[in-house]
Structure formats: structure tokens, C-alpha cells
Design a protein around this ligand. Structure first.
Ligand code: CA
Length: 222
């Protein structure tokens, strides 16, 4: 899953990004409101962590503009201020949740998980399932029956995206946007390599799941 962190305290932004990456998220970071809004308007994120006090454009204004452009990505407001007014104001502007700084990692991750729950069957916070195949976040692996096999981080992220959108063709551009970022120079045949690794691993554990190719477009999980 892909997250955007908009936070002008560079150390905090980078620490957040590190924590989230260690928890298998792809993360982009913006250090001011204007570039944060630019990134957020692409609509590719599964959740945006948005500071309120930002240079350029404050978080509330970023949020207002996002919602007025019909971008409905969940937004978790990060606020140093604990005043009730800010929270109410933020929720009125279209935020989905807020977190008061300083916060503990566990709470941050729990809130991000709550905001990014998706269609794949979620068994618990560490596992999602599709047709008996389970994807494990804590061990970065897939399992079926009694067998399991490790995935690389990119394989994990692709599998997670497929499970979140089963029976739908995921265009290659969307996979790239979601996992590598829209400015990345990864090529389509790199994706093909990851998909072929994933197919081999799925067949190693004999899971009744197939990644089908939609020729010239992308892939779907069946
Ligand atoms: Ca700030």
C-alpha cells in the first residue's frame, strides 16, 4: 500500500517514513503544503498523513482543496496541538481521523491500518486471504495449506495490491504508480519479472490462485 507523509519537520517526516517502510508500506514524503497537495492530487495513495502547521499552505487548506477536487483518499491529520477546535475543524474539512503529536508507533500503525482496510478478506492485522492463499505481513510470506514461501518486499507489495483488488484487471501503469511511484523509471518488463517470480512461488505452495495476464494491459488475480 502506498502512503503520503506531508510533514515539515524533516526529522519527524523521515522517521515516520522509515517506520512505515519497515511495515511494508511504500512511502512518499513532502515537506510543505504545496508539494504535499500536488502529490495528493494524483489520487494514487491509500492514505495521507497530513500535518496541520505547514509552510506554503497549511494542512487544513490542503485537505479542503483535496476534497473539493473529489480526491477521497483517507486523511490522518497529525497535529501538535491538542485543542478540541482543531480536531473538530479537521474532521469537518474531511479528515478521517487525527493523531496528536507526540504519538507512539503502535497507535500510528493501528490508525493507518484502520484507514486502509480493503476488499481482500482480512483475517487479522497481519494476514489477508484470497481463496485460501494467505499473505502474511509479519513474515513477508504467502502460505497455503501447511506450506509457505518468503516474498521479497516488492513481491509482497504486488501481491497485496492484487489481493486488495481480486478479479479486476490491474493495469501495469497502476502497479508502477502504486508501488514504485509515478516518477519511477521502472519498465514494464521489470513488472513481468516480479509477476513470474510470484507465479512460481504460488505454484510452489500449490495455492489454487492464478495471476492471469490481460495481454497488453496488466494482471488480475483469479
Ligand atoms: Ca508542522
Amino acid at each position: 500500500m502506498k502512503l503520503l507523509v506531508v510533514e515539515d519537520e524533516i526529522q519527524l517526516a523521515d522517521a515516520l517514513s522509515e517506520i512505515l517502510k519497515r511495515n511494508m508500506y511504500s512511502v512518499d514524503t513532502a515537506y510543505d503544503g504545496i508539494s504535499g497537495l500536488d502529490n495528493a492530487l494524483t489520487g494514487v495513495y491509500d492514505c495521507i498523513l497530513l500535518d496541520i502547521m505547514l509552510p506554503g499552505m497549511d494542512g487544513m487548506e490542503v485537505l479542503r482543496r483535496l476534497r473539493s477536487e473529489k480526491v477521497s483518499t483517507p486523511v490522518l491529520l497529525l497535529t501538535a496541538r491538542s485543542e478540541v477546535d482543531d480536531k473538530i475543524n479537521g474532521l469537518d474539512c474531511g479528515a478521517d481521523d487525527y493523531l496528536t503529536k507526540p504519538f507512539v508507533t503502535g497507535e500510528l500503525l493501528a490508525r493507518v491500518r484502520a484507514l486502509t482496510r480493503r476488499k481482500g478478506e482480512i483475517i487479522d492485522e497481519n494476514r489477508v486471504e484470497f481463496n485460501g492463499l494467505e499473505l502474511h505481513k509479519n513474515t513477508c510470506s504467502i502460505s497455503y495449506g501447511g506450506s509457505d514461501v518468503k516474498l521479497s518486499l516488492k513481491e509482497y507489495q504486488i501481491m497485496e495490491l492484487l489481493i486488495a483488488n481480486p478479479h479486476q484487471i490491474l493495469p501495469k501503469e497502476r502497479i508502477i504508480e502504486k508501488i514504485w511511484g509515478y516518477e519511477s523509471d521502472i519498465e514494464y518488463n521489470n513488472i513481468e519479472v516480479y509477476i513470474s517470480f510470484l507465479r512460481k512461488k504460488i505454484s510452489v505452495i500449490s495455492a489454487p490462485v492464478q495471476i492471469k495476464t490481460a495481454r497488453g494491459i496488466g494482471y488480475s488475480l483469479e
